[in-house]
Design a protein around this ligand. Structure first.
Ligand code: ZN
Ligand code: MN
Length: 490
C-alpha cells in the first residue's frame, strides 16, 4: 500500500460490524422488532429498561446467529452466556447493555473476499485474490434506543431499543481500504444468503466501526489504533480509511506519536475529526447477567447444520457446472441472491442456459441500472425472458429483432414475446427466400465469396451481414452462415 508519505508503513485494519437481525420480535421481550412505526409505540417494561423487568431470550435471534456463524466457518462453544456491559448512555436507561463477553455464540471463522465485492476499478487488479479475513468472534446483543438531535432539543424513540443485533468482529487482517470495502460487501452477501438480515448499510441494518493502525516495517506489535465512527456506507468506510492512513502516515513521518483515540468521519468534508482520546476510555465492568441462564448450544448447532443455505461461492461453482457458463458470469449472477434466483428460473428448461445468462448480464442488468430498479421489481418476468431467448434460438426472430422485442416487453409486461414479435411482423424469412438472398449476395460480392471458398472465415461474416441486410434482419444468421458455407465450400 503506498501513501503520499515518505516511508512505507504496515497497515492493520479491523472491523466491528453490527447487523440487525430480521426477527419478528425483540431480543429479550415480545415487542415487534419493526421499523417505521410511530415513535415509542413498540415498547414494554423490558425494552424500556424499567427496574425489575425480566428479559426472556429470543430463540430466533440465537438460531440466526448460529447459522451465520456456521456459514462463516465459526465454532460455537458448548455453553454460551450473557453479560452486562455497563455504561451511561441517554438512550439506554438501565445503564447496561445485555451482550456477550467471554462466551459468545461464535468464535473464529472468516470472511472470503469475493473478486466482485471489491470496488469496480480495483477488480481487474486485486493484490491478494482469494484472501480470507479471519474473524475473532460473533456475539448477540440488544440495540439501544434511537436519539435524534434537533437544534435546540433531542428526541428519543424506544422502538429500536432491545432489537437483536449481531456483532461481527474481525481480526486486524485487512491491509487496504479496498479490502475493507470488499470485506463488507462479501459479508453482506453471505448474510443475505443466510437469510438473517438485508444488511443494508444505508438503512442502518448494518453499521460499522473501523480500527486502523500503522507501524513501521519490521515492527512486530501493532501501532496505536484509531477508531473511526459514523460510517454510513461502504464507500464512506473506504474513503475514511484512505484519509486516515494518509493522516497517520504523515504524522509518523514527522515522528509524532499516534494517540489511541476515536475519530468521527465527516462525509461531506471528507475528513476525520478527533472525538475522544484513550483517557476517556470506558471501563465496562462486564458481569454475567443474573437474569439470564447460560445456554447449551449443541442441539441448536446440530439443527442449524442440517439445512445450511448455499454460500455465494458454492452457487458460483454450481452455476458453472450446471449451466455451462463462465466463472465471471456465474459470479455476476450470484452476486445477489435475487438475481441468482431470477436467472435460475429463466434458465430452467431454456434451450440455452448460456444465452439466458448473456441476456441477463448484457441486456437486463443494463436496463435495471439505467432505470435504477432492483431485480426484485423487474418488469420482465424470468419466464418471458426465457421465451424470448427460446425464440432466438429457434430462429423465429433474429438477435436484432429480439432486442427490439425485449425493449417493448419491458413496458408491456402483459404481452408475450411471441405476441410482440408477431405484432412487429418479425417472422422468420422462409428458406427459399433466404436461399435467393444468399445467391444475390454471392453474385454481388465475388471477391469475398472467393475468399470463403479459400477458407477465410471472416469473409463468411461479411457475406452473412449482406444477407441479413437483404432480409431486413429477418433471416437467422446461423442458418445464413451455414447456407453460405454449403454453397461455397462443398
Ligand atoms: Zn419490549
Ligand atoms: Mn456492540
Amino acid at each position: 500500500m503506498s501513501t503520499a508519505t515518505n516511508k512505507p508503513y504496515l497497515i492493520s485494519i479491523g472491523l466491528e460490524v453490527h447487523v440487525q437481525l430480521n426477527t419478528q420480535s425483540k431480543m429479550f421481550c415480545s415487542c415487534p422488532a419493526r421499523y417505521g412505526d410511530e415513535p415509542n409505540t413498540l415498547t414494554c417494561p423490558v425494552c424500556l429498561g424499567l427496574p425489575g423487568a425480566m428479559p426472556v431470550l429470543n430463540l430466533g435471534a440465537i438460531k440466526r446467529t448460529i447459522r451465520s456463524g456456521l456459514m462463516l466457518g465459526c465454532e460455537t462453544p458448548p455453553i454460551v452466556k450473557w453479560d452486562r456491559k455497563s455504561y451511561f448512555y441517554p438512550d439506554m436507561p438501565k445503564n447496561y447493555q445485555i451482550t456477550q463477553f467471554d462466551l459468545p455464540l461464535c468464535e473464529g471463522g472468516g470472511v472470503p473476499l469475493y473478486d466482485l465485492a471489491y470496488p469496480k476499478e480495483v477488480q481487474k487488479n486485486i493484490p491478494c485474490p482469494g484472501k480470507v479475513i479471519a474473524l475473532t468472534r460473533i456475539h448477540l446483543e440488544e440495540d439501544v434506543a434511537k436519539s435524534t438531535h434537533h437544534s435546540a432539543y433531542s428526541t428519543i424513540d424506544f422502538n429500536r431499543a432491545g432489537t437483536p443485533l449481531m456483532e461481527i468482529v474481525s481480526e486486524p487482517d485487512i491491509t487496504t481500504p479496498d479490502e475493507a470495502f470488499a470485506y463488507l460487501n462479501s459479508l453482506r452477501q453471505i448474510l443475505v444468503y443466510a437469510g438473517v438480515s438485508d444488511a443494508d448499510m444505508e438503512k442502518g441494518q448494518m453499521r460499522c466501526d473501523v480500527n486502523v493502525s500503522l507501524r513501521p516495517e519490521g515492527q512486530q506489535e501493532l501501532g496505536s489504533k484509531v477508531e473511526l465512527k459514523n460510517l454510513n456506507s461502504m464507500s464512506a468506510v473506504r474513503r475514511s480509511l484512505y484519509y486516515e492512513i494518509e493522516r497517520q502516515g504523515e504524522a509518523l513521518d514527522k515522528q509524532e506519536t499516534i494517540v489511541q483515540s476515536t475519530r468521527r468521519w465527516d462525509d461531506a468534508i471528507g475528513e476525520t475529526r478527533l472525538m475522544r482520546t484513550k483517557e476517556d476510555a470506558h471501563d465496562y465492568r462486564y458481569l454475567p447477567d443474573p437474569d439470564l441462564l447460560p445456554l447449551h448450544t449443541s442441539d441448536l448447532v446440530a439443527e442449524a447444520s442440517q439445512d445450511l443455505p448455499e454460500l455465494p461461492h458454492q452457487k458460483v461453482a454450481r452455476f458453472e457446472q450446471d449451466y455451462g457458463i463462465t466463472h465471471y458470469d456465474a459470479s455476476v449472477l450470484a452476486s445477489s441472491q435475487n438475481l441468482a434466483d431470477y436467472y435460475e428460473q429463466a434458465a430452467a428448461g431454456a434451450s440455452s442456459a448460456k444465452k439466458v445468462a448473456n441476456w441477463v448480464i448484457n441486456n437486463l442488468l443494463a436496463v435495471l441500472n439505467e432505470r435504477a430498479i432492483q431485480i426484485s421489481d423487474c418488469p420482465l418476468s424470468a419466464d418471458k425472458l426465457r421465451e424470448l431467448v427460446d425464440l432466438v434460438e429457434a430462429g423465429q426472430v433474429s438477435n436484432t429483432q429480439a432486442k427490439e422485442v425485449f425493449a417493448l416487453l419491458l413496458d408491456a409486461p402483459d404481452k408475450s414475446p411471441a405476441q410482440i414479435a408477431k405484432e412487429k411482423g418479425f417472422e422468420p424469412a422462409d428458406s427459399s427466400e433466404v436461399a435467393a438472398f444468399i445467391d444475390q449476395a454471392i453474385a454481388a460480392n465475388p471477391g469475398p465469396a472467393g475468399e470463403v471458398t479459400d477458407g477465410n472465415d471472416k469473409a463468411i461474416n461479411f457475406l452473412t451481414g449482406q444477407v441479413m441486410k437483404l432480409s431486413r434482419g429477418k433471416a437467422n444468421p446461423k442458418q445464413v452462415s451455414e447456407g453460405i458455407i454449403a454453397r461455397l465450400r462443398s
